[in-house]
Design a protein around this ligand. Structure first.
Ligand SMILES: *[C@@H]1O[C@H](CO)[C@@H](O)[C@H](O)[C@H]1NC(C)=O
Ligand SMILES: *[C@@H]1O[C@H](CO)[C@@H](O)[C@H](O)[C@H]1NC(C)=O
Ligand SMILES: *[C@@H]1O[C@H](CO)[C@@H](O)[C@H](O)[C@H]1NC(C)=O
Ligand SMILES: *[C@@H]1O[C@H](CO)[C@@H](O)[C@H](O)[C@H]1NC(C)=O
Ligand SMILES: *[C@@H]1O[C@H](CO)[C@@H](O)[C@H](O)[C@H]1NC(C)=O
Ligand SMILES: *[C@@H]1O[C@H](CO)[C@@H](O)[C@H](O)[C@H]1NC(C)=O
Ligand SMILES: *[C@@H]1O[C@H](CO)[C@@H](O)[C@H](O)[C@H]1NC(C)=O
Ligand SMILES: *[C@@H]1O[C@H](CO)[C@@H](O)[C@H](O)[C@H]1NC(C)=O
Ligand SMILES: *[C@@H]1O[C@H](CO)[C@@H](O)[C@H](O)[C@H]1NC(C)=O
Ligand SMILES: *[C@@H]1O[C@H](CO)[C@@H](O)[C@H](O)[C@H]1NC(C)=O
Length: 448
C-alpha cells in the first residue's frame, strides 16, 4: 500500500502544476477570458419608428459578462455616423458635446458631432426625460451579481438619416469606455428585429430594424500594469508569502516621486485631496507591491472532514471606494464549498463539467462597499470546504487558489515555489515535481 503513496502525491502535484501552467497560458492570450469565455457587452440599436427625416431608436447595452461590471463614473458610448446624421433629441442619456450646429438656423439639434459621445443621465432625472433602464449614472452590474440590472438604455431621435430600412446606415466605429479603455467593439450587424412586450404584458411590438454590436474586454487594453496581487499564509507555516515586489509598479523616489503616499505621512490628507482628486489614476499607499488591491488567502484551520480559509481584500488606493466589488476565485475544492460567511457566493461553471470557480461579493449594506485605503479599507470572509479524500492535501500549495480576479481583473500570484509549504516535505517528491514542471514548461513552449 505504502508503495503507491508517492505516486498519488506526484499525480496531485502534477495536476496542480498543469493547472498553473494552463492559467499562465490563458493570461497570455489577450481578449479571451478563460473563466468567462462568452463574456461580452452587446449593444442593440432598435429603430422603433420612422420620422420625416430619420428615425427614433432605443439603444440598449446588455452586460453579458459574469463578473465584470461598469463602475462609477459609468460608461461613455461613442460612434462615427455613416452619413451627416444629427441627434435631434434624447431621453435617458445625453451627448457630452453638442458640436457645431450652425447649419441649423432654427431650433438646433441636441448634437451635430460626427462622432458623438453619449453618457447616461444621473439618478433623480425628471420622469419626463427617463426611459426604462436609464438614469443610473452609467453604472451597470454584472450578469451573475444582479441578473435584473445588467442593462442600460437611452433613446435618440436621429435626423438627416435614411427613412427606410433600405436607406439607413448603421453608425461605424463604436467605442465603449467603461469608464476607462478596455473594450473593443465590432461592427454593427443587422439582427432579427427585437420584440418588445408592453408593461402590462398584453401586447407585443416589434422594432423596424435592429443592429447589434458586440464589445469585448481586454485587460491589456484597460491598463498596462496589473492592479491587484495575492498574498498567502497558512496555519502550518509561519511564513507570510507577500505579493511579488513591484507587481503593480515600483517605489522609486528618483524617477516617480510621489508615486505613492505613506500611511503615516503628515501630508496624507493634503495629497489625497490635492490635484487629481477625481481622476481614475490610483493614488496608492506605499507598499512593496504598489498595487491598489491585495487579496490575502489564509489557510486557517484543519478539521477532520473540513478545512477553513480566511480571505481578506485590502484597498490601498486612496482615490477609490469600490462599490459592488466582486472577487472570482478558482480552486478545485469549490465543488464542495460547505459554508461561506458574510459574502455572497455563486458558482461559475464556464465549462459545464468543472465546478471549481466561484464568484464572491459583498452583502448589500454590510460589506458591498470597499472603502478607500485606510483603517476601513478592507473586507473579509471565511470559507468552509468539505474535504474530498482523493484530492485533498496541504502539500504543494494545493490549498491555495489557482486564479483570483478582483472586479474582473487578474490578480498576480506569488511564484509557486514561494508558497508556504509543510515542514519536512520529502525532497524526493520535491525533485519529481521540479522535473515534471520543467518538462511541462518545455512541452508548452514547443507546442504553443
Ligand atoms: C455575447 O454574450 C451572449 C450571452 O452570453 C451570447 O449569447 C452571444 O453569443 C455573445 N456574442 C458574441 C459575439 O460572442
Ligand atoms: C426591409 O423591410 C422589408 C419589408 O418591410 C423587408 O422585406 C426587408 O427584408 C427589409 N430589409 C432589411 C435589410 O431589413
Ligand atoms: C475610430 O475611433 C477612434 C477613436 O475615436 C479613432 O482613433 C479612429 O481613427 C476611428 N476610426 C475610424 C475608421 O473612424
Ligand atoms: C443581437 O443581440 C440579441 C440580444 O443579445 C440576440 O438575441 C440576437 O441573437 C443578436 N443578433 C445577432 C445577429 O447577433
Ligand atoms: C521616498 O521619499 C519619501 C519622502 O520624501 C520617504 O519618506 C521615503 O522613505 C522614500 N522612499 C524610498 C524608497 O526612498
Ligand atoms: C469614500 O467614501 C467615504 C465614506 O463614504 C468618503 O468619506 C470618501 O470621500 C470617499 N472617497 C472617495 C475617493 O470617493
Ligand atoms: C458547484 O458546487 C457548489 C458548492 O458545493 C454547489 O452548490 C453547486 O450546485 C455546484 N454547481 C454545479 C453546476 O455543479
Ligand atoms: C463532496 O465531498 C463528498 C465527500 O468526499 C463527496 O462524496 C461528494 O461527491 C463531493 N461533492 C462533489 C460535488 O464533488
Ligand atoms: C515555510 O514555507 C517557506 C516558503 O515556502 C519555507 O521557506 C519554509 O521552510 C517553511 N517553513 C517550515 C517550518 O517548513
Ligand atoms: C521535522 O518534524 C519533526 C517532528 O515531526 C520536528 O521535530 C523537526 O524539527 C522537523 N524538521 C524540520 C527540518 O522541520
Amino acid at each position: 500500500m505504502d508503495r503507491f503513496k508517492p505516486l498519488t502525491r506526484f499525480s496531485v502535484s502534477a495536476i496542480v502544476v498543469a493547472i498553473f501552467l494552463s492559467s499562465l497560458h490563458f493570461t497570455c492570450t489577450e481578449a479571451y477570458d478563460a473563466l468567462d469565455p462568452n463574456g461580452n457587452i452587446t449593444i442593440k440599436w432598435d429603430i422603433i419608428s420612422w420620422t420625416p427625416d430619420g428615425y427614433v431608436a432605443v439603444v440598449t447595452m446588455y452586460n453579458f459578462q459574469q463578473y465584470r461590471h461598469i463602475s462609477p463614473p459609468g460608461w461613455t458610448l461613442g460612434w462615427t455616423w455613416a452619413k451627416k446624421e444629427v441627434i435631434w433629441s434624447m431621453m435617458g442619456g445625453q451627448a457630452t458635446d453638442q458640436g457645431d450646429c450652425s447649419r441649423y438656423k432654427t431650433s438646433p439639434p441636441h448634437c451635430c458631432k460626427k462622432t458623438p459621445s453619449i453618457v447616461d443621465l444621473l439618478p433623480g432625472t425628471p420622469y419626463n426625460q427617463q426611459i426604462a433602464n436609464c438614469c443610473k449614472g452609467g453604472v451597470i452590474n454584472s450578469w451573475a451579481q444582479e441578473p435584473n440590472n445588467y442593462a442600460s438604455s437611452f433613446q435618440l431621435s436621429v435626423g438627416a438619416a435614411g427613412t427606410s430600412n433600405k436607406t439607413v446606415k448603421p453608425p461605424k466605429n463604436f467605442t465603449l469606455l467603461a469608464p476607462g479603455p478596455g473594450y473593443t467593439c465590432g461592427p454593427a450587424v443587422v439582427g432579427k428585429p427585437t420584440k418588445f412586450l408592453t408593461p402590462d404584458g398584453r401586447r407585443v411590438t416589434q422594432a423596424m430594424m435592429t443592429w447589434n454590436v458586440t464589445c469585448t474586454y481586454s485587460q491589456f487594453l484597460a491598463q498596462k500594469t496589473p492592479t491587484c496581487c495575492v498574498s498567502l499564509s497558512s496555519f502550518y507555516n509561519d511564513t507570510i508569502v507577500p505579493c511579488p515586489t513591484c507587481t503593480c509598479g515600483c517605489q522609486n523616489n528618483d524617477t516617480h516621486p510621489g508615486s505613492c503616499v505613506n500611511a503615516n505621512s503628515p501630508y496624507l490628507a493634503s495629497v489625497v485631496n490635492g490635484p487629481g482628486k477625481n481622476s481614475l489614476t490610483p493614488l496608492v499607499q506605499c507598499t512593496k507591491h504598489m498595487c491598489p488591491i491585495r487579496v490575502h488567502w489564509h489557510v486557517k484551520l484543519n478539521y477532520k472532514e473540513y478545512w477553513r480559509v480566511k480571505v481578506t481584500v485590502t484597498n490601498f488606493n486612496y482615490r477609490m471606494n469600490y462599490s459592488q466589488w466582486n472577487l472570482v476565485v478558482q480552486h478545485p475544492n469549490f465543488d464542495n464549498l460547505t459554508q461561506i460567511f458574510s459574502f455572497n457566493y455563486k458558482p461559475l461553471t464556464p465549462y459545464s463539467s468543472i465546478n471549481d470557480t466561484a464568484m464572491l461579493w459583498g452583502v448589500k449594506f454590510y460589506n458591498d462597499f470597499l472603502n478607500q485605503a485606510g483603517p476601513l479599507g478592507n473586507v473579509q470572509s471565511e470559507l468552509l470546504f468539505q474535504k474530498d479524500k482523493l484530492t485533498f492535501t496541504f502539500e504543494k500549495g494545493w490549498a491555495f487558489p489557482r486564479r483570483v480576479y478582483f472586479n474582473g481583473d487578474n490578480c498576480v500570484m506569488p511564484p509557486p515555489d514561494a508558497y508556504p509549504h509543510l515542514p519536512n516535505a520529502s525532497s524526493r517528491v520535491k525533485f519529481s515535481t521540479l522535473v515534471f514542471f520543467m518538462a511541462s514548461l518545455i512541452f508548452f513552449c514547443l507546442f504553443e
